[in-house]
Structures are given as C-alpha cells and as structure tokens.
Design a protein around this ligand. Structure first.
Ligand SMILES: *[C@@H]1O[C@H](CO)[C@@H](O)[C@H](O)[C@H]1NC(C)=O
Ligand SMILES: *[C@@H]1O[C@H](CO)[C@@H](O)[C@H](O)[C@H]1NC(C)=O
Ligand SMILES: *[C@@H]1O[C@H](CO)[C@@H](O)[C@H](O)[C@H]1NC(C)=O
Ligand SMILES: *[C@@H]1O[C@H](CO)[C@@H](O)[C@H](O)[C@H]1NC(C)=O
Ligand SMILES: *[C@@H]1O[C@H](CO)[C@@H](O)[C@H](O)[C@H]1NC(C)=O
Ligand SMILES: *[C@@H]1O[C@H](CO)[C@@H](O)[C@H](O)[C@H]1NC(C)=O
Ligand SMILES: *[C@@H]1O[C@H](CO)[C@@H](O)[C@H](O)[C@H]1NC(C)=O
Ligand SMILES: *[C@@H]1O[C@H](CO)[C@@H](O)[C@H](O)[C@H]1NC(C)=O
Ligand SMILES: *[C@@H]1O[C@H](CO)[C@@H](O)[C@H](O)[C@H]1NC(C)=O
Ligand SMILES: *[C@@H]1O[C@H](CO)[C@@H](O)[C@H](O)[C@H]1NC(C)=O
Ligand SMILES: *[C@@H]1O[C@H](CO)[C@@H](O)[C@H](O)[C@H]1NC(C)=O
Ligand SMILES: *[C@@H]1O[C@H](CO)[C@@H](O)[C@H](O)[C@H]1NC(C)=O
Length: 823
C-alpha cells in the first residue's frame, strides 16, 4: 500500500468517508418539504442506479443540479435542471420544495434560479423522489400516484429507457431533446431531436429549432423500424414501441436486458447517438449515430466555417476568417463560427464607391450555402459586380445555374475532396489587403522562376514515371488475347497434372507455353453463357491491364470446356505468406505495406479507371497473388458476367469468404464498389496481425481481431500491440497507425462512411490525412454477442452452424472466385 503513505491519498480517503456519510445522513432518494439539498449532498435512487446533486461538467467552474449514473465511475449526467443558469457557490445554493409546492433552486442571494413551474397546491405534502430509472418525480405525498411533474417529461440531451419524446396533438408541439452547447456547457445548443410536428411519425433533427437536416423516416409498425434506419433490423438491445391517442403520440423504449446501460443522446456534434457502457473496458461505446457523416449536420462549422469530412478537425474557417470564440472551438463547439480578420473596404468607408477595392477568393469543389439570391446577369464579371453592389454581399457563384449572390453569413459550406460531380465553385469576398500585394514585383518574378523550374521538374518526373509504368506494363499483345485449342492447353499443363489450387469455379493448373513462359490455367465450371457472350466477356477482361492486376493471357472455349490462361505468379497467394506456420520468415513490414498499397492501386483501377466499373466481390488474401519481387497482383476480377445467373448461388455458398463480406451483401441492398472496400479493410487487419481475423481459442470461443483492433484505434491506443508479434515491433508507427485507421474506416457499416479505393491509395501514400475512425457497430455486435456472428458472416442457414473460417484452407493460386461487374 505504497499509496497510502501519500498524505493526499489519506485526505481523499477521509473526504470520501465524509462525503459518503453526508449522503447517508441526508437520506435515501427523497427531498421532503422541510429539507434542502446543497453543497456536496446528493440523493440516491433506491437501487443506487442514479444520483442527484450538484456537479460541474468537464473543466468548467459552473455548478448545475443534475442526475447522473450511480454505478458508472465516469460521471455522466443524464439530466440537468438549470441548464442555462449555473450557480457558482454550491454551499449557499439550495434545492428545495418551495412554499408554492414547486421544486426550486435558489442561489446565495435567495434568488430563484430554476423552478419546476407547476401551479400546485400544498407545499407541506409535496415530495421529490429520484426513481431508479433516472426519473425525478414530484408528487403530492409519497404514495400519490399521479406525478405533479417529472424530469422524464422535460428531457435535456439524454433519452433514457422508459422516457418518451412525444408530440402533443392538441397544440402540435413536440418535446425536444436538445444538445449541450459543448462538453462543458449544458445550455441548450443548436441541435434538437423531436417527433415531427407535422404528424409523420418520424423523428427529425433540426438546427436552431428550424432547419431540418435529418429524418428517421416514418415508423413502420409491421417491421417495427423507422424506414430510413434499416440497421434497426439488427437491433437486439432496444424494444421500441409506438403509442398514439387523441391527445398525444410518442415512442418509448426499454432494454431487453436490464443489465445493459444504454442511452440515446443528442450530441453537441449534431448527431443523435446511441451509447452503451462497456463494463469490460470501463467506457462509453458509441454504437450508432446519425446523420452518418459529420458534415451532413447543418451548419456544423458555423458562419464562414467550412466542413471537411476528411482530415481533422472537421471544421476550419474560410481563408481571411478566424474562429469567433477560440475557447469554444477548442472544445469542438463550432457553432459560433468565424469572423473576418480584416474588415471589408466598404464597411471601413461606406462612402467609397461601392467597395470596389474588395476582392474575391475562388474556392472550388464546395457544396454551396443555401439562401442565395439569383441575379439575371450573363457573365462571371457581371456577377462579381452584382455582388460588389451590396456591402453585405459576402460571396457569389457563377456556373451553369447562372449567377447567385449571398447577402447573408455563409452557412453550411462543405469542402469536398476528390472527384465529385456536386462540387461547385464559390467566390468569397475579402478585403483587398487579404491578398498578396501585387506591388512586390521581385517576389512575383522569383515566384515565377521558381514555379517554372518546378513545372519543368514535374514534367520530367511525370515523363520518367510514365516511361517506367509503360515498361512495367509491357503490353506485347495489347488488347488481343491468345485463343487456345484444348489440346494445346492439355499438353501445356501435361494433362492437368500440376494443380496449383481449387476454388468455387474450378481448379487451377500450372502450365508451360511453347515460348517457355509459365502460365496458370483455370478450368471454369458452371458457365451458363453462350459461346458468343463468353468470348465477348473474356475479351473485355483481356483489355484490363494494370501492374497490380493479374494479366489474362488467353482463353479456350471448346464446347462446354472453358478455360482461362493467366500469367503465373511465382510467389503464390498472400495467405500462404501471411498465415504461414513457419515462425522464421514472416513477411517484412515493408513488403506488407507494398502489398496493401499495390492492391489498393489495382482495385482503384478496377473501380474507377476501367470503362465499366468492375466490382471484384471477393477480395481476400487468397486472391492477392505475389510476383517474383513480391509485388501484389489482384486475381479473378471481372468473372461475374461469366458466371451469370449462377452468381447469387455461388455467393451464398461461398465458404472461404465469410468475414470479408460487407454487411450490405446480407441486407440485400444494391452492392457497390464499397463492398470491395470493406473486404479490403478486413484483409488489411490480417496483413497487420499476420493472423486470420477470426480464430477460435482453446475454449472454443471465437476471437474476432477487427473488433479489438478497432477499439484500440478508436481510442488512439497502442497500435504496436496490434502488429504481428513475429515482427518484434519492427514497423514505423506512423505507417502502422495509418494502415490501421484506413482498415477501420474501410469496414464502417455504412458504405458512405468508407473511403473510395482512390482515397485509400492517397492515404497510404501519405498524401491525405485521416481522422480517428469510430468503432463500427457491427463489429461491436460481433464482439459482445457471439450468437450474432451470423449477421456478419453469412446470410443463410442456422446461427449455430456459423463459425468463422479457420486458416485451414490450403493456399492456392486462385480460390473460390466470384466477381461482378456493374456500371
Ligand atoms: C420536518 O422534519 C422533521 C424531522 O427532521 C419531521 O419530524 C417533520 O415532520 C418534518 N416536517 C414536515 C412538514 O415534513
Ligand atoms: C481539463 O483540462 C485539462 C488540461 O487543459 C485536459 O487535459 C482535460 O482533458 C480537461 N478535462 C475535461 C473533462 O475536459
Ligand atoms: C443570484 O442570482 C441573481 C440573479 O441571477 C444574481 O444577481 C446574484 O448575484 C446571484 N447571487 C449569487 C450569490 O450568486
Ligand atoms: C418558469 O416560468 C417562468 C415564467 O413563466 C419562465 O420565465 C421560466 O423560464 C420557467 N422556468 C422553467 C424551468 O420552465
Ligand atoms: C393542504 O393540506 C392540508 C393537510 O395536509 C389540508 O388541510 C389542506 O386542505 C390542503 N390544502 C389544499 C389547497 O389542498
Ligand atoms: C396540428 O397539425 C395537424 C396536421 O398537420 C392539423 O390538422 C391540425 O389542425 C394542427 N392543430 C393545431 C392546433 O395546430
Ligand atoms: C437561431 O434563431 C434565432 C431566431 O429564432 C436567431 O436569433 C439566432 O441568431 C439563430 N442562431 C444562429 C446561430 O443563427
Ligand atoms: C416490448 O415492449 C412492449 C411495450 O412496452 C411490451 O408489451 C413487450 O412485452 C416488450 N417485449 C419484450 C420482448 O420485452
Ligand atoms: C385526452 O385529454 C382529455 C382532456 O385532458 C382527457 O379527458 C382524455 O382522457 C385524454 N385521453 C387519453 C387517451 O388520455
Ligand atoms: C433485472 O430484472 C430481473 C427480473 O425482472 C431482476 O431480478 C433483476 O434484479 C434486474 N436487474 C437489474 C440490474 O435491474
Ligand atoms: C486553443 O487551442 C490552441 C492549441 O491547442 C491553443 O494554442 C490556444 O491557446 C487555445 N485557445 C484558447 C482560447 O483556449
Ligand atoms: C443587406 O442590405 C440590404 C440593404 O442594403 C438589406 O435590405 C438586406 O436585408 C441586408 N441583408 C442582410 C442579410 O442583412
């Protein structure tokens, strides 16, 4: 007990005992008419689940009356009384039943700071009771049934089980769940959740009580989900129910398992969040949040702020502006927005000829703010002049939609990154002095010379790269494939004697062509296509060539016998090197990084650079082949059309692929290239750890690596602990951290959260920075409820039969192969 020698430690123990005593002496869960609560006193609900008293949020010096969890060490307020009116001195402030029967908070000057505001009755018999569900109830006598007032009817930012958020049909007013301003200020923020007053039975989130930016979609009583929250199908925690009568309608929910501690909060990020307390790791775990992307929260970055989904932090001020309240920005509260660093010329001197000296900064690839005013002018210059006409014009845009000017603060400006067809250009008005001075001629000349040299250098480098790439691709027979006769392939493979592997569509054999080049010959099974269509599909695949894709050399179509001839990859497939038993030769970190990046480049090519987008559908280590220098090449792309109708059958029987399948395969919605991104992410986890993602331990329990990894990553924990132990920590932490973050982003439940493959390439190249990713909910489900593994791994058959695949499958050149194309 080294610690006990510390005098501070003793003091705090004493304090604790004193605190504990005062709590006991104050008594139970009730405030009666001649008692009051002040200082460190608290009342505790009968089962100890909730505590009421004064608290200070975060590092704030303000005190509030609040209710928090009694059994969770991290103080987590679920309700706050005086949200907008804190007190400074808790010893002179009192919470008590006033003479008019209200529960009131008075400060040191006996001023009423907060009140329950009911017009009751008889003070002497009124009591306030803190119930074990977290509800503070005011009753006329401890046994009276109908409450005079209860905190569940006046929620702050938390929706507790048993609480309701209702719509009063008589007044068409709904109860609001309102965010805090930030982590240290419980005053009502700009974001609120409510039941749509228009009576659609949807929950909506609004900004500043007006602008709606998210809706749950209407409740569907049949399937018991909100239409636009399909993931509720996977819900196993909450029992939602809907109630409607002539006076009101509302939803309420309970927890199926009363051992769980879970809550909904309207977070100050503008997202509605579902959080559950994890006893094992002693922290709140974010399960679910909406809207999915931070920048979908209306005006999240405030006036003249700019939201960017990629890169931390999400918000920045437009050039020429700075945060209005830096303290709040440092608390991730951006609602105050930004203000000009330099006043506009026209504001400085209103008599100046309509502010001609102000200039405009071109800001491309953004989502334009709302509330623009259309001007009927015909050119960019005229549009600029139209804006300069008004001193309160802040920006203009001129494109195919004509000229628009903004005479307001700019709200909800979003910066897109990468290619998007939605990106527009806006011209933002700034004082001329914000622009580099044009009188400094020498600077410009030096700049021009430097720029010229830079350009030249770029050109040279570009040319070299082009030349190298050209050399690597080396297209000897560009576009055209070799058409083999069956007999030739028979002899090339010495009558199919050397089998490299076997997959869902047939076997792969090693062969040698007359020119002594070595090939891999794949015998396709279950081809449902006619001759003409087969040849046309194969020749399409033949035109797809990239350094990181396995090249198709030729084919053979002889009646029902269909074969494909590929380049042979001497180092086989990635799984053989990754999951190798031999402890002496683990794949070096450098090689792993090269494999991750190369695979991403190959997939980018398939997704974005081909004439028709090709979804691979079966990304896993077995389908990543390694050439002599351990450069990765993606195998088996573009086969879906060959397989045709059989595809869906193949998919549902794909055994080796469980664990790489994106959730949307199972939910039955349209599958996009983001499904490959998901599988790729799962594979990255295996590249990092050198083990299969799911393995059974000795007790037969399934260990699912991505879940534990995602938690470490989400908490910015020690990524080296995730690395293949055989590498003895021999990997640069920044690369490891980068790859881990990418992996976790790739496996997000919602495909819009996942990056595109080209973004992955940019991140791995170090060109793009990336945020700390949240733990995907489905991974959470998987870890906490092993019976739910079914959700993740396969769509068919009974849950009990589902166990993630083991590393038992032998390595092969190509394995079960499913691919699909779509445009
Ligand atoms: C006030 O408290 C005392 C004991 O603390 C109790 O005897 C008395 O009945 C209480 N009065 C009221 C009106 O509740
Ligand atoms: C309080 O401030 C310290 C130092 O500024 C910071 O490390 C800590 O995270 C803050 N605590 C909270 C709850 O915000
Ligand atoms: C009590 O509240 C009033 C009104 O907000 C304020 O003027 C007064 O200074 C407060 N007294 C103390 C002791 O905080
Ligand atoms: C109580 O009513 C007064 C006046 O009607 C109002 O100013 C105050 O905000 C109300 N307080 C609460 C907590 O609703
Ligand atoms: C208040 O309660 C007392 C006794 O508990 C009773 O005599 C009196 O009539 C009540 N007054 C009202 C207005 O209910
Ligand atoms: C409430 O809204 C409903 C449907 O929008 C409308 O029919 C009704 O008249 C409204 N009632 C009030 C009191 O505004
Ligand atoms: C929110 O709306 C109120 C009027 O309803 C307005 O006064 C206030 O400025 C708005 N807040 C912001 C941040 O725009
Ligand atoms: C779900 O809630 C409803 C209404 O509260 C209740 O009738 C039903 O029994 C609950 N179902 C389960 C499985 O707990
Ligand atoms: C609706 O309100 C009226 C008046 O307050 C009340 O008489 C009626 O019982 C309420 N209906 C329901 C279903 O609660
Ligand atoms: C959960 O419910 C069961 C049965 O209703 C009860 O025995 C148990 O005490 C409850 N547990 C908690 C933590 O509330
Ligand atoms: C905000 O954070 C930055 C960087 O951490 C710091 O330099 C600055 O002083 C902070 N500003 C305020 C007002 O706290
Ligand atoms: C801009 O100024 C004009 C008058 O010059 C005024 O009519 C208009 O309301 C102002 N717009 C805003 C958003 O303040």
């Amino acid at each position: 007990m080294e610690n006990m020698k510390n005098p501070w430690m003793k003091l705090s123990v004493l304090l604790f005992i004193w605190f504990f005593n005062s709590q006991i002496s104050f008594g139970a869960d009730t405030i009666t008419a001649n008692q009051s609560l002040s200082g460190d006193q608290t009342i505790v609900s009968s089962g100890g689940n909730f505590v009421l008293g004064f608290f200070t949020p975060g590092n704030s010096s303000n005190y509030y009356i609040g209710i928090w969890y009694g059994k969770i060490p991290e103080r987590t307020p679920v309700w706050v009384a005086n949200r907008e009116t804190p007190v400074n001195d808790i010893h002179s402030s009192e919470l008590k039943i006033s003479d008019d029967g209200n529960l009131v908070l008075i400060n040191g000057s006996q001023v009423e700071i907060w009140s329950t505001n009911i017009s009751s009755s008889n003070s002497s018999s009124v009591v306030a009771i803190l119930e074990d569900g977290g509800n503070l109830v005011l009753r006329d006598g401890p046994t009276s049934s109908a409450p005079l007032w209860q905190s569940l009817d006046h929620p702050a930012h938390t929706w507790l089980p048993g609480g309701k958020l209702s719509l009063d049909k008589r007044t068409n007013r709904s109860q609001l769940l309102t965010s805090w301003k930030n982590s240290e200020d419980p005053a009502p923020g700009l974001f609120s959740l409510e039941l749509d007053p228009a009576g659609t039975n949807s929950y909506i989130i609004r900004w500043n009580r007006t602008r709606q930016y998210w809706s749950s979609g209407p409740w569907d009583e049949q399937s018991r989900i909100f239409r636009d929250v399909p993931e509720m199908r996977l819900n196993y925690l909450y029992n939602f129910s809907f109630h409607s009568d002539e006076n009101e309608s509302y939803f309420t929910y309970s927890l199926y398992n009363n051992e769980t501690t879970s809550r909904f909060i309207m977070h100050y990020s503008g997202q509605i969040q579902q959080q559950s307390w994890l006893d094992s790791s002693q922290l709140w775990n974010l399960f679910w949040s909406m809207p999915r992307q931070q920048c979908q929260v209306y005006a999240f970055c405030g006036a003249f702020g700019r939201c960017n989904e990629i890169g931390l932090p999400f918000c920045s001020c437009l050039r020429g502006f700075h945060p209005k309240w830096e303290t709040n920005w440092n608390l991730s509260d951006f609602s105050d927005g930004c203000e000009r660093t330099t006043r506009l010329q026209c504001e400085e001197d209103p008599n100046l000829v309509t502010g001609r000296t102000d200039k405009f900064l071109e800001s491309p690839n953004v989502k334009l703010p709302e509330s623009a005013q259309s001007m009927s002018v015909g050119s960019l210059l005229e549009c600029e002049s139209a804006c300069l006409e008004y001193c309160n014009c802040t920006a203009y845009a001129y494109d195919s939609d004509g000229c628009r000017i903004w005479r307001t603060e700019l709200l909800d400006l979003q910066q897109y990154s990468g290619d998007t067809s939605d990106g527009r250009t806006i011209y933002i008005r700034l004082a001329a002095s914000e622009f580099p001075s044009s009188s400094n001629n020498t600077g410009i000349i030096i700049g021009a010379v430097a720029g010229g040299v830079g350009l030249l250098l770029c050109l040279v480098i570009f040319a070299i790269l082009r030349w190298r790439r050209w050399r690597m691709i080396n297209p000897k027979v560009e576009g055209s494939l070799l058409a083999f006769v069956y007999r030739d392939l028979q002899s090339a493979t010495r009558n199919f004697s050397e089998k490299l592997g076997e997959g869902g569509f047939g076997s792969v054999f090693k062969g040698t062509l007359p020119d002594s080049s070595i090939v891999a010959v794949k015998q396709l099974e279950s081809i449902s296509q006619g001759e003409k269509q087969f040849r046309s599909e194969v020749s399409t695949i033949g035109t797809i060539q990239h350094v990181n894709l396995v090249r198709l050399r030729g084919f053979c179509s002889d009646g029902t016998r269909k074969l494909l001839v590929y380049d042979y990859m001497p180092n086989g497939s990635l799984d053989a090197h990754l999951f190798l038993e031999d402890k002496s030769k683990p794949l070096a970190w450098k090689t792993r990084y090269q494999v991750a990046l190369g695979t991403a480049r190959g997939l980018t090519y398939l997704h974005e650079k081909c004439r028709d987008c090709i979804i691979h559908c079966d990304i896993k280590p077995e389908n990543i082949l390694l050439d002599a220098e351990f450069w990765p090449k993606v195998a088996d792309f573009g086969l879906a059309k060959l397989i045709g109708r059989e595809f869906s059958r193949v998919l549902t029987t794909m055994r080796g692929t469980r664990g790489y399948l994106a959730p949307e395969w199972i939910s039955g919605v349209a599958v996009t290239a983001k499904a490959d991104v998901y599988s790729y992410g799962m594979m990255l986890f295996e590249i990092v750890s050198g083990r299969r993602n799911s393995e059974q331990n000795e007790e037969g329990k399934v260990r699912f690596f991505p879940t534990s990894a995602a938690r470490v990553i989400a908490q910015d924990g020690d990524v080296l602990s995730l690395l293949d132990p055989r590498l003895n920590g021999d990997a640069p932490v920044y690369e490891l951290s980068r790859i881990c973050k990418v992996a976790c982003w790739c496996v997000q439940d919602d495909e819009t959260h996942r990056p595109s493959m080209s973004q992955v390439v940019q991140i791995l190249e170090g060109v793009l920075e990336v945020n700390v990713p949240p733990v995907p909910r489905s991974l959470q489900v998987l870890a906490d409820n092993s019976e739910h593994i079914i959700f993740f791994t396969e769509s068919s058959s009974s849950p009990s039969s589902q166990r993630p695949s083991n590393a038992s499958n032998a390595s092969s050149q190509t394995k079960s192969n499913t691919s699909s194309t779509s445009s």
